[in-house]
Structure formats: structure tokens, C-alpha cells
Design a protein around this ligand. Sequence first.
Ligand code: SF4
Ligand code: SF4
Length: 97
Amino acid sequence: MTDYEFVGEKLRQKIKGLFEIIPKQKHVFIDEVRCNGCENCYIFCPGGCFTMEDGIAKATHIEDFCQECGTCAKICPTNAITYKEPEGGTGIIRRFS
Ligand code: SF4
Ligand code: SF4
């Protein structure tokens, strides 16, 4: 498991409330058979949207934390991740304070 400080749950806690996603919908999918457990998505997702379970990535927090950057699909070495642009392209509302 990685030693990076802000990934997964820790990252989600840090960025919670900075943005809102409307509508909440899942648009990132993992083919678990293809996942080799490299942790790239888990480490580099800016929304902390992935968790690692038994060496396999799970897209567990897409609806609330995905920032629609598409990085996960690009950096997956086995093409296990499919990123579909959210319907309507409504995107993200960000809050800066
Ligand atoms: S599109 Fe970006 S923010 Fe959304 S799950 Fe993939 S890497 Fe994370
Ligand atoms: S980047 Fe791809 S292969 Fe690596 S853990 Fe994520 S889904 Fe699995």
C-alpha cells in the first residue's frame, strides 16, 4: 500500500465542501478483471475517488468527488478504467473561500 499522505479517504476529507457535483452520477467504471492493482488511480485521482480492496481498485466515490478530469482512464496501464463524460456536461460547481 502507498505511503502518500493525501489519497483516498484522507484526501476526500481535505477537499470535502470545496465543490459540488450536479447531478451526482457514476461515469467512471473499472473492469476489475483487467486491474493489476498498480494503485495509479488511487494515488493520482484528485478527488480521492478510488479505494483499494484486496489489491483491486474500486471506484467508490465517483458521484460525490469526481472532478471530471479523465486522468484515471489515461494513467491506467491496463485500460481497466472507462471514463464517460457525464450526461449533459453539467460539471462541477466549485466553492472558493
Ligand atoms: S475523472 Fe479524475 S477526478 Fe474523476 S475519478 Fe478519474 S481521476 Fe478521479
Ligand atoms: S490504474 Fe488501473 S490497473 Fe492500476 S489500480 Fe487503477 S484500475 Fe487497477
